[in-house]
Design a protein. Structure first.
Length: 90
């Protein structure tokens, strides 16, 4: 998701904007997992505890939104690249 966001937004808004937005999306995804682990915790040997309700409430909305944003950015960026006028060849 992060790589697709960086590429899509780079095509749309430029290199700096693509990297910044990709970084923000990465932070949001890590933050959602952090919240999940903070609420659910880890097992005695450090294994992940799976709580479907908490996962659906704390992680999935952010990850799905990030995926939709990434896909939209790539599609819109690709369309912009396809319609851009190529530079004249000498």
């Amino acid at each position: 998701m992060v790589a697709a966001s960086i590429i899509g937004f780079r095509w749309l808004l430029g290199k700096a904007a693509g990297q910044a937005i990709g970084g923000i999306i990465a932070l949001v995804c890590v933050w959602s997992i952090w919240r999940y682990l903070d609420e659910v915790g880890l097992g005695p040997d450090g294994q992940w505890i799976v709580d479907g309700d908490a996962l659906a409430r704390l992680v999935l909305p952010f990850d799905v939104t990030a995926a939709v944003v990434a896909i939209a950015a790539v599609i819109l960026g690709a369309r912009r690249q396809a319609t851009a006028q190529p530079s004249p060849q000498s």
